[in-house]
Design a binder for this molecule. Sequence first.
Ligand SMILES: C=Cc1c2[nH]c(c1C)Cc1[nH]c(c(CCC(=O)O)c1C)Cc1[nH]c(c(C)c1CCC(=O)O)Cc1[nH]c(c(C)c1C=C)C2
Ligand SMILES: C[C@H]1O[C@@H](n2cnc3c(N)ncnc32)[C@H](O)[C@@H]1O
Ligand code: SF4
Length: 451
Amino acid sequence: MKQVSQLQEYGLFDARVPRYTSYPPANHFAAEGISDLAQDWIAAIPAGCEISLYVHVPFCRRLCWFCACRTQGTQSLDPVRIYVETLLSELRQLRARMPEGVRLSRLHWGGGTPTLLPPDLIMQLAGAIFDTFPLSEQGEFSVEIDPTEIDAPRMAALAAAGMNRASIGVQDFNPDIQAAIGRPQSFQVTAQAVSMIRDHGIESLNADILYGLPHQDNMRMAETVQKLMALSPDRVALYGYAHVPWMSKRQVMIPEQHLPDPRSRLTLFQTARQLFLADGFSEIGIDHFARPNDSLARARNLGRLRRNFQGYTDDRSQILLGLGASSISRFPQGYAQNAPATGAYTALVRAGRLPSTRGHVFSAEDRWRGRMIESLMCHFHIETAEMVRDYGISPSQLTHLYGPIRAKFRNLVRVTPHAFHITQEGRPLTRIIAQQFDAYASGPNSHSQAV
Ligand SMILES: C=Cc1c2[nH]c(c1C)Cc1[nH]c(c(CCC(=O)O)c1C)Cc1[nH]c(c(C)c1CCC(=O)O)Cc1[nH]c(c(C)c1C=C)C2
Ligand SMILES: C[C@H]1O[C@@H](n2cnc3c(N)ncnc32)[C@H](O)[C@@H]1O
Ligand code: SF4
């Protein structure tokens, strides 16, 4: 209880803070000249290098009420076919602007629901991507799979196309909670999807679950975690439900009076966390768990964990290209985000233009602040030697920067000559402590709750 009141004192239960999947966060992107800049950045990609590619599929047959992802409902495949044509066209235009010999270290299909694509579109899209950018030898091709939106032919097509990692959306197994969030999905349907994935020899399976949903209590949380562990995922993402109805209109369907309060959210997270740790999972960053031999756990142990728009990754590419509506690309020079609305995105691609409409050019300060925030989100510390070596920051500048933060957060952080640490007790405050390093954070904002 002492810990809870201390966390309250630091604003854990009322803070709204970014999730820091980028720095600056995407709401600070601006439109100024981004299309020309992105063009230069694409042309400057070194020949023969390895990059990552994210492909966004912004369609779902059902729209779950809790969901804050950029997606639209459709009952017909017509818009999906048109969209895939547009993706292929964007891909050709990218290729024409890029140097030779670029390969993919990672290909990720997300959404929305990529498994909405019928087998012929899966093969066509994957074929075109790999013809353009071959997957490197150790390359990973991962797909977000909705267990209610997959069948044997689509799974076979994904496997034949080269998918070697899968991620399933579970959210929660309790039928009352599923009813309250507009996402019915029986345990049997999820289990069937998992066996299909395993039958195809997919070596790595991730599952997403949420804490902070309406009607959730510790008992139900524990049941969901136990059911999930029975399916033996290699990784689990345990996200805090972000209730942002001003951003995601369908969330007005969520019964707010049944949402757990912030203190309950903390115990829900801790309940799930204890069970994962007891089962032998390693804790990865603020909201992931992985089997100790999983590559994410190994990357964490080697200090090589990174944070990008998909959350945590062990990918070491310097360049992440985002294909499709609303996708964000990261270049060594800055970020570029495609037009968020499918219509606007399609119109730009058809006009032969790069569809980026917003972005951000890194300043020298953005780079070191961004690295500090990433390091805190991944490893809960900032290494002095790295900041001196890679960013030319002097130890006395660091002392100056850390001083007020240490004074404010006392025992929740620790400063030594070698590093700035967030202590174990301070971990629930990681996003809030990271925000101390964010030069763009000021005034009221529209981010989700910190816990
Ligand atoms: C794949 C699903 C999700 C992605 N982001 C979210 C989900 C569920 C949730 C989310 N992302 C943002 C917020 C708002 C506030 C916050 O918690 O910080 C929420 C609830 C931030 C965000 N993500 C994107 C934008 C443009 C913003 C707003 C600016 C910001 O706060 O950083 C873009 C974006 N996020 C996701 C995708 C797929 C995507 C665009 C391609 C993932
Ligand atoms: C891609 C993953 O994003 C998560 N997701 C979708 N909507 C939200 C939200 N409002 N808050 C937190 N996580 C969310 C789901 O767990 C999904 O599986
Ligand atoms: S959770 Fe998945 S299936 Fe549901 S609306 Fe969001 S993207 Fe679509």
